[in-house]
Design a protein around this ligand. Sequence first.
Ligand SMILES: [Zn+2]
Length: 117
Amino acid sequence: MADLCPADMRDRLLKLREDLESLAAMSEQASQIVELDQTRVGRLSRMDALQAQAMAKEFSRRRELMLRQIAGALARVENGEYGICQSCDDPIHEKRLEFDPTTLLCVQCAERAEKSG
Ligand SMILES: [Zn+2]
């Protein structure tokens, strides 16, 4: 854990949030393009438009969830709890945090949670 610098993790989390926000802007543009295309090619693309709409909805739902997780992780950086398993208070492995900076559980607890639910 000594190698994991809280300031670095905060930077990573902020970067992650930035990426999410620019991705959202891009997908908004993309859905506007879909709407334009739809008027051009007519009724055939109605299904496509509906599908794109559903995908955009799912994407924004997932984005909201991730933004909440990032905000939670940032709060834990602030109060010094970042990188500590919420279930057993053991340090979370650095590699695991690198893979998912918003994770709340150590490997053992995450595996147990997966099996039980
Ligand atoms: Zn744990």
